[in-house]
Design a protein around this ligand. Structure first.
Ligand code: ADP
Ligand code: MG
Length: 471
């Protein structure tokens, strides 16, 4: 058997070698170990999850081709992934080809989990399929940007349903850690209270399941299933917008669970008051408990996140480089992770060390090279130019009307497009304090609401600013 699979894999390698560059072949195919050949399924072992993802993304078609060539149309490929992070050993797991797509590429539940309410009992398979075990509080780096959300989640993890934070609503932009923090809460409750049923569901899945239940006349099963939860996490509720029937059933589930003292947790990409297309009675309930936001991480937090991710992958990079990446990617953590993965991939592909030169190259394709101080200056200059005033006057004490507006607009953009705190923005405008900046943001919001003329010219300027900025 063992030799069989080796023979087959060697033939695959020969074919692959002819199709791709020597370098890529060495990097991505040499380290693969053939493990087993059974029922037309070849199992190969790859050294890491990243490795597997890379293969999936770049060589899927080639692998499919070669497997079909060697094993016929029924041929399948399975990966066994060994992730060895020092002491932490992750279970190897297998992915079948061509039963694509990979579990990373999609949040879709496997077929039998599409109607979990139809299962005779809520099997352990379902319970464990719901949460990503890597999303823990330990791996969730703390910063000013997530202080409230994180500590509230930790408090709830100690006493689900027993705090004033019920429901608990986390909101924030894309890639800022909403799913991570609520799943960390779920994982913690599972660890603290083994008998509690933690139910995590994306609003999209919830909607699909609901539709499936209606179609099969199983609404009662559907409700019954959700009413068993001790902790119900509904991710991305903004997705329920305009789906009145789904909202209705969620409203009932919500009421029942809440009355029974069960914990409800939700996430959303905007604050509840801005959730359009959600029924008022639902929105008013969201406000019963605690609403906490996730902000863009500041520089120090980004540095800490990079350290933690690199450590988890067992990769060592210089401090200078960490800072460079943290300066360059300001928007969100998912993007930050993307940059890190590109860096690792480039380095591993070209057998280079990850150094500043490489980082600059990689980042050039992803974000514009621009320093954080430069962006503050850049905004001041651009806004000053637009309003026909000088940068010095923006920093001066003068309270001339057109100057005040220009200054407020500049503060607004800096807050929006950089990760400077209110305090540091104030300092940059002639040593004003943070409440002045906070007042400026409000003033601009008001102007945008009430002055269409101002709004148009503001939007013109915004395009200019955005264009130059690493968004
Ligand atoms: P959202 O649900 O808000 O779009 P996610 O929770 O999916 O964002 O987070 C995006 C990525 O960033 C995930 O890989 C997550 O682990 C990571 N991440 C977010 N916040 C943090 C944090 N504070 N510390 C470490 N990793 C984080
Ligand atoms: Mg999410």
């Amino acid at each position: 058997m063992r030799s069989d699979c080796k023979v087959v894999w060697d033939r695959c390698l020969q074919f692959i070698q002819e199709q791709i560059s020597e370098q890529s072949f060495k990097t991505w195919f040499k380290p693969i170990v053939p493990k087993q050949l059974e029922n037309n399924t070849l199992t190969i072992q790859v050294p890491s999850q990243f490795f597997y993802e890379w293969l999936e993304e770049h060589y899927l078609a080639l692998l499919q081709q070669v497997i079909h060539r060697e094993l016929g149309p029924q041929g399948k490929l399975e990966y066994s992934i060994i992730v060895d992070k020092g002491t932490k050993r992750q279970q190897p797991f297998t992915i079948k080809l061509p039963l694509h797509p990979s579990p990373y590429a999609t949040q879709q539940a496997p077929p039998d989990l599409r109607s979990p309410f139809a299962l005779k009992e809520v099997g352990s398979a379902y319970k464990t399929a719901l949460l990503n075990p890597n999303y823990t509080f330990d791996s969730f780096i703390e910063g000013d940007c997530n202080q409230l959300a994180r500590s509230a989640a930790q408090a709830i993890a100690q006493k689900p349903g027993g705090t004033a934070f019920n429901p608990f609503m986390v909101y924030g932009g894309v890639g800022l850690g909403k799913t991570h923090v609520v799943q960390a809460l779920g994982n913690a409750i599972k660890a603290n209270f083994t008998d509690k049923f933690v139910l995590y569901v994306s609003s999209e899945q919830f909607t699909t399941q609901f539709i499936e239940a209606v179609r099969n006349n199983r609404l009662q099963d559907f409700s019954h299933f959700y009413l068993q939860a001790d902790l119900l996490i509904l991710d991305d509720v903004q997705f329920l917008a305009g789906k009145d029937k789904t909202q209705e059933i969620f409203f009932h589930i919500f009421n029942h669970l809440h009355q029974a003292g069960k914990q409800i947790v939700m996430t959303s990409d905007c604050p509840p008051r801005e959730l359009k297309g959600l029924q008022e009675r639902l929105l008013s309930r969201f406000k019963w408990g605690l609403t906490a936001d996730l902000q863009q991480p500041d520089f120090e937090t980004r540095v800490a996140i990079i350290h933690s991710k690199m450590e988890a992958d067992g990769i060592d990079i210089e401090e200078e480089l960490v800072q460079y990446v943290a300066h360059s990617v300001e928007t969100n953590i998912r993007e930050l992770e993307g940059v890190l993965i590109s860096l690792i991939a480039h380095a591993s592909l070209n057998k280079e060390k990850i150094n500043l030169e490489l980082a600059k190259q990689v980042l050039k394709n992803i974000v514009q090279e621009i320093d954080i101080e430069v962006s503050m200056d850049y905004i001041q200059k651009t806004v000053a130019g637009h309003f026909n005033v000088s940068v010095e006057s923006l920093k001066s004490k003068s309270r001339k009307r057109e100057l005040v507006t220009a200054r407020q607009v500049a503060m607004y953009f800096i807050k929006k497009y950089t990760s400077h705190s209110l305090k540091s923005i104030g300092q940059y405008f002639g040593g004003r304090d943070h409440s002045t900046v906070s007042h400026a943001l409000q003033a601009i919001d008001d102007l945008l609401d009430t002055e269409p003329h101002f709004k148009r010219s503001f939007e013109d300027l915004q395009r200019k600013v955005k264009f130059k900025m690493p968004l």
